[in-house]
Each structure stands twice: as structure tokens, then as C-alpha cells.
Design a protein around this ligand. Sequence first.
Ligand code: NAD
Ligand SMILES: O=C(O)C(=O)C[C@@H](O)[C@H](O)[C@H](O)COP(=O)(O)O
Ligand code: ZN
Length: 351
Amino acid sequence: METIQSISYPVIFNDNFTGLNQFLQEGNYTKVFFLIDEQTEKHCLPFLIEHLKITDYDLIEVTSGEENKTIDFCIGIWKMLIDFGADRNSLLINVGGGVITDMGGFAASTFKRGIDFVQIPTTLLSQVDASVGGKTGIDMDHLKNIIGTFTQPKAVFIDTNFLKTLPERQLVSGFAEMLKHGLIADRDYFYLLKEASPEKIDPELIRHSVEIKNNIVLQDPEEKGLRKILNFGHTIGHAVESFSLQSGKNPLLHGEAVAIGMVCEAFLSVQKTGLPQDELTEIVQTLRRFYGKYPIKEASIPALIEIMKSDKKNASARINCSLLTQIGQCTIDSFCTEDELCASLLFYLNY
Ligand SMILES: NC(=O)c1ccc[n+]([C@@H]2O[C@H](COP(=O)([O-])OP(=O)(O)OC[C@H]3O[C@@H](n4cnc5c(N)ncnc54)[C@H](O)[C@@H]3O)[C@@H](O)[C@H]2O)c1
Ligand SMILES: O=C(O)C(=O)C[C@@H](O)[C@H](O)[C@H](O)COP(=O)(O)O
Ligand SMILES: [Zn+2]
């Protein structure tokens, strides 16, 4: 498969890590570090090392899970980099899902005012979305990505072989961001994905999602306008995800929460940006088929709206959503009242 060129770096697909070896050879880095978690150490690192030409590197391991995408784990990464003698010409290679690529990207972008990093995404979600585009970050007080930077990686290496060991629930979660890509930018792609199965994703579809995301990021790398469409489903989705993280037990995965957010925000799209009613029905039926119905308690709605007040797209204390005008087209900066947001959550509960 061909390489996709992003702002300043290549996204390389299924090349048996030829590109990575070349990158490492040409990069002349003083030290190379791999950031992994216990899952990617077990499932991904052996395969990667098998293909690697360098033998001189250090491993930095963190515990997997969204609850660990925090400043404490970041401090752990920075301390390890210091202990291992990382200088400004060191490279951090993030091997994992979106938690690793977001947190590793953030740790690298701030260490000694910034060292180079590359992304090796190993979940469906991180391959189609998190590894591309340069949003790095961590959560604080369960608020999603509330601390972070826009820093582009030096390269992204996608190997779809990694998905063979990924649990089904994680595949379905990542699939939500692919459906989002169809809903915001490519109608035909949405209809194609409707008939696809997340457990058996064709690598060409992964590539197409990266293309969609990359085209948007290229036009607006730092989310001044257009890039906000990639946030469809996230104003409400992030609130639901944060709330479920706070509750502690069996929290929602990011894609699962975004799927809930997309149902609610599609409802708002009918009210506010002219999404046809029959398209709402189509979206809700599709998302219900893949994600079922999560039991949000009506009593939690005020707390969810409180969390939405911290959304990064908000302006002058108004809650901002990116909404659809039709399947395949999205607009930005639709400010929603608390009553509208409440109605959309009630729609989710009662549909
Ligand atoms: N920066 C962005 O643009 C962006 C975009 C979308 C999502 N995100 C962020 O990404 C995160 C979610 O990422 P995720 O869905 O990848 O979850 P994740 O990073 O938590 O990974 C899911 C689980 O799969 C394990 N895992 C990873 N690769 C594996 C493999 N090949 N085989 C078996 N297990 C494997 C991980 O250890 C983890 O337990 C969220 O924090 C979200 O906010 C960021
Ligand atoms: O890349 C983007 O831009 C996105 O919005 C992609 C989202 O899927 C992703 O979850 C992102 O991390 C959300 O960004 P945030 O700025 O709302 O934290
Ligand atoms: Zn997302």
C-alpha cells in the first residue's frame, strides 16, 4: 500500500517496517526509546523487534488503560527518559493504542522542550485516528485530553498485522471513528462500512479513514475551524466517557462513548442543521446494531452537561457541537443550550 503524506511526515502502511529501519538509520538518533504497555509488550513488541535492524534501545513501560493517561504516568515517562540519559537528539517510539500514542506524544513534545517521536499504532482506533494529526495529550480530573499540545510525529508506521491480537470489543470501539469519518466526510464510505464487520476490517478501509482524517488535518492542523468536524459525536461522547471513567467500574471505551455521542449529536443535527429525519433513523439504527444501548441514567444528565462545559471547542461558556447537515457532511460551531443537550440525551434513552 502506498504511503500517505501528512503535513510534514509520512504515514507508511504494511511495509514490514522497512520504512522504520530506514528512518532510524537516517535519523542518527543518540538514543532510541520504545514506549509500551504490558499488552503491547506481550502482543506487539516481539513482532516489531523481529523486524528491527537496530539492537540498541531502551524500553519504557506504563500500565495500559485510559485511567492511566495522566500526569503521574507522564512523570514516570519523563523520569525514565532522564534516568536513561535521553538528550534532545533522542527518539521516542510509541507502540500502542491511542492512550500510548497520545501520552507518549505529549511526553515527547514537552521533554527538554520537545524531542522527536514516531507513532506505531497497534489498535484499530489508533491506526484510523489517534496516531495521525498531531493531537497529543493526557486527561486530568477525568476531563478528556484537557492538557496537551499540537505536535506532529516524525512518522507513523501502520501494520495491520497487530490487529490480529486485538480483542473484539476494541475493534468495535475503533470502528466508531471510521463510521464518524463516513458521517462527516464521505457518504459512500458510511454506507460501505454499514455492511462491513469490525472484526474483519479490510486494510484498505483503514487506509481510507487515514486519508479522510489526513485531508482534514492538512487544511487545518491546529483546529482553528474545519478540523472541528473530526469532533462530531465528541462533545457528548467525551462527557459520557469522562462520567463513566469517574464511576470506575467497567468504563466505556472511547469509541463506544463516541458512538453514543454520535446518536445524540445526530438528533441535534435534525433540530439545528437540517439533517433529514430519515438519515437520523438510518444513523441511529446502524449505531444501535454495532453498539447496543448503554444504560445512561436520566438523573446523570445534569452531571453530563456540567462536564460538557469544559469541552475545548466551547466559546464564551457556550457548549459547542459539530453537527451534520446530511450523511457525509458536517458543519462546525453549533452552540447548543442545556435544554437541547438534555433533549438529545433523552432521545438516546428513549429511542
Ligand atoms: N489524538 C487523537 O487524534 C485521538 C483520536 C482518537 C482517540 N484518541 C484517544 O485514544 C484513546 C483510545 O485509544 P484506543 O482505543 O487505542 O485504546 P487504548 O490505547 O486504551 O488501547 C486499548 C487496549 O488494547 C491494548 N492493545 C493495544 N494494542 C494491542 C494489540 N495489538 N493486541 C492486543 N491488545 C492491544 C492496550 O494495551 C489497551 O489495553 C483515548 O484516550 C482517546 O481519547 C486520540
Ligand atoms: O483529531 C481530531 O481533531 C479529533 O477530534 C479526533 C477525535 O477522534 C479524538 O478523539 C480527539 O482526541 C479529540 O480531540 P479533543 O480536542 O476533543 O480532545
Ligand atoms: Zn475520538
